[in-house]
Design a protein around this ligand. Structure first.
Ligand SMILES: *[C@@H]1O[C@H](CO)[C@@H](O)[C@H](O)[C@H]1NC(C)=O
Ligand SMILES: *[C@@H]1O[C@H](CO)[C@@H](O)[C@H](O)[C@H]1NC(C)=O
Ligand SMILES: *[C@@H]1O[C@H](CO)[C@@H](O)[C@H](O)[C@H]1NC(C)=O
Ligand SMILES: *[C@@H]1O[C@H](CO)[C@@H](O)[C@H](O)[C@H]1NC(C)=O
Ligand SMILES: *[C@@H]1O[C@H](CO)[C@@H](O)[C@H](O)[C@H]1NC(C)=O
Ligand SMILES: *[C@@H]1O[C@H](CO)[C@@H](O)[C@H](O)[C@H]1NC(C)=O
Length: 224
């Protein structure tokens, strides 16, 4: 499934042999099982591992941000993930679920040698394509193969917070692409070294998942 998604992404970026784009990709998994949540994932910049997420712990592998700045952001992520786990625990006490759900997010952007950029955010649930974020319109689109009240509810929940969708749009369309431009001055106007908060993407990725997970919990527990 992952290989398939990566293939889709590569096609989405139009990766040809002569015009290979520079990419930043974040992969993130959230497993919710019997009231507990586990997170893992990583990010790659130009094919090199740049970040690792293990449980509540995010590590910067490439020195993209100064240590003091990074330490603050790392704490933000840890707090956020703890908060998320807490919510899931509360929900599952109210409506116990004894099965496992895995949400997988794949988000990022690519920059072609001619300066054109492309961004993407795809979510799958239990290995099936679930939602896609359309950057130009800042909207979530349903990919779920069946008409399903859970999927419809989750999409509606995500669309409720326009601040989040606009932040996400900005992150994917601007912050992400600036990171790539800062790596390679030839592929666009040099804007100086990017100090864009990379971690923002992780947080937005996870915050989208919170809305979704809460929606899924509410729905699978009975009423939407
Ligand atoms: C990122 O994580 C996935 C899943 O754990 C793994 O399959 C993949 O090899 C990792 N990528 C890198 C560059 O380490
Ligand atoms: C988080 O990562 C840091 C740096 O790699 C490590 O020192 C620390 O022990 C980790 N904490 C947990 C709870 O895994
Ligand atoms: C949970 O497990 C019990 C038995 O262990 C089963 O009867 C029940 O249907 C399960 N509930 C769900 C929602 O899967
Ligand atoms: C995900 O998979 C589990 C176990 O296979 C299943 O019980 C659950 O309903 C699935 N979730 C959705 C939204 O289909
Ligand atoms: C830039 O290159 C990509 C991939 O080769 C192509 O899809 C896109 O149309 C090009 N854009 C321009 C403005 O030439
Ligand atoms: C995305 O960025 C491009 C150039 O960087 C800009 O022209 C475009 O308006 C932006 N789109 C949105 C939806 O923000």
């Amino acid at each position: 499934m992952l290989r398939l998604l990566l293939l889709c992404g590569a096609l989405g970026c139009g990766a040809g042999s002569d015009a290979a784009p520079l990419t930043f990709i974040m992969l993130q998994w959230t497993q919710v099982s019997k009231g507990s949540s586990v997170f893992w994932g990583n990010a790659t910049l130009g094919g090199r591992l740049s970040h690792i997420l293990e449980d509540h712990n995010v590590t910067q592998v490439l020195p993209l941000e100064p240590p003091a700045v990074w330490a603050q952001q790392r704490d933000m992520v840890a707090n956020y993930l703890s908060y998320f786990s807490g919510i899931v625990q509360v929900f599952s006490k109210e409506r116990p679920l004894n099965y496992t759900q895995i949400l997988h997010c794949r988000l990022g952007c690519c920059l072609f040698p001619n300066g054109t950029a492309h961004s993407f955010y795809e979510v799958s649930l239990n290995g099936t394509a679930f939602l896609t974020f359309r950057v130009p319109t800042a909207t979530w689109e349903l990919r779920w193969p069946r008409r399903d009240p859970v999927a419809t509810f989750a999409q509606r929940e995500l669309m409720k917070y326009s601040e989040t969708t606009h932040n996400l749009q900005h992150f994917l369309n601007t912050t992400c692409v600036d990171i790539l431009r800062a790596q390679n001055p030839q592929t666009g106007k040099q804007r100086g070294r990017s100090h864009a908060p990379l971690v923002l993407g992780l947080i937005l990725g996870v915050s989208a998942v919170v809305g979704m997970a809460v929606g899924i919990f509410l729905c699978t527990g009975g009423s939407c």
